[in-house]
Design a protein around this ligand. Structure first.
Ligand code: ACO
Length: 329
């Protein structure tokens, strides 16, 4: 495949209006503190979706913003790839709800489920479908309402996550800009480090799963941390190798926003100083598949990514999954 095939024609994001600060966890009866959360994670606050908000509504706002910036109408979209770990319904895919909401009637729409790596996986899948001639204009979305799957009685997980959506319109590349390299990997032997034990076909939802709270997300934080640093570092190396670049050539690294300590370790490994690393986990927490899109949107609107910037995107998530892309804007 001769690259670049696809470029980022427009980016959009949405975060719910409700901001929940670390201090508010005490009112839920949790023994935690702003100091503990900031020290271990870098998170100060996160956005929480309201009862009338869901992935259909949040991803539609992010998508419309991206389409407006790209100058693309719903009828021009021929592919929608949507990443989420919190689908609005288990059937059908959230992507088709978004398609209906946007009126993108010419599109094929499906979900990608790679947890926090989903948006990067989605971008790579969309690029491949464009390369094979199956799509010309793709909408790639990451959207999460994680507040519905975290256990609000478990202080070791509920303080970490937030809600939101990010979206990109990919169009066929012109003038050498766009996706220069990609990398993706998974390791299913690590699945139970971060998972929801029940609620699926293997252990269907029932009264017992409500009683033992196994329908909610469970995580071995320390183990996840170790693997996250290793896989993010590997992903950064592989995408840079693929683009024949080093950390010194990167204008901005935009990593998955899970924990500032994981971000710092990844940047150090890649030889990228923190001044060239985008961090907004302090204000959004971990928004899983929405995280990199939300960060890229802020990086563009704040002028940190401009025409000609070389940007490294890196993510890891439950599965385990990990992925990376180098993009020339
Ligand atoms: N407030 C106060 N104390 C807490 C809290 C809290 N919110 N949460 C846990 N603790 C306590 C623990 O109970 C433990 O107490 P103990 O020593 O008496 O048993 C102590 O703090 C230390 O707990 P650890 O889990 O060892 O703390 P650690 O330094 O590892 O930090 C954290 C925990 C922040 C979760 C860290 O392990 C981490 O960030 N891991 C990666 C998580 C991550 O990135 N997940 C997202 C994956 S991506 C996706 O796909 C969703």
């Amino acid at each position: 495949m001769k690259r670049p095939v696809a470029y980022f024609a427009g980016i959009g994001a949405y975060a719910p209006a409700r901001v929940m600060r670390n201090e508010e966890f005490a009112a839920l009866g949790l023994e935690t503190s702003d100091e503990w959360i900031v020290q271990r994670t870098g998170i100060r606050e996160r956005h929480i979706a309201g009862p009338d908000e869901n992935n259909r509504t949040m991803s539609a706002i992010a998508s419309r913003r991206a389409m407006e910036r790209a100058g693309v109408s719903p009828g021009e979209i021929d592919l929608i790839v949507l990443g989420t770990a919190t689908p609005d319904r288990l059937l059908p895919a959230t992507a088709v709800d978004l398609q209906a909401e946007l009126g993108a009637s010419r599109a094929a729409a499906f979900d990608v489920m790679a947890a926090c790596s989903s948006w990067l996986y989605g971008l790579i899948v969309a690029e491949g479908l464009m390369a094979s001639g199956n799509a010309e204009t793709a909408l790639v979305v990451g959207t999460e309402k994680l507040s519905t799957i975290v256990d609000w009685k478990d202080r070791s997980t509920c303080v970490l996550f937030g809600d939101g959506a990010g979206a990109a319109v990919l169009k066929r590349s012109r003038q050498g800009k766009g996706i220069l390299s990609t990398y993706m990997r998974s390791d299913g032997t690590l699945a139970e480090l971060l998972y929801r034990p029940s609620g699926g076909a293997a252990r269907p939802f029932d009264q017992a799963s409500l009683d033992d709270r196994s329908i909610f997300l469970r995580m071995e934080g320390r183990e996840v941390f170790k693997h996250a640093v290793r896989s993010m570092s590997e992903a950064a190396d592989r995408a840079l190798d693929g683009a024949k670049l080093t950390g010194a050539n990167v204008d901005l690294m935009i990593p998955h926003q899970a924990n500032v300590r994981i971000i710092e370790a990844t940047a150090k490994h890649a030889g990228i100083p923190m001044e060239k690393v985008f961090v907004n986990v302090d204000r959004f927490g971990n928004t899983s598949s929405a995280s990199v899109g939300l960060a890229l949107d802020e990086a563009i609107t704040s002028g940190r990514v401009t025409e000609g910037s070389t940007v490294l995107l890196v993510a890891f998530g439950a599965g385990f999954t990990w992925a990376s892309l180098v993009i020339r804007f």
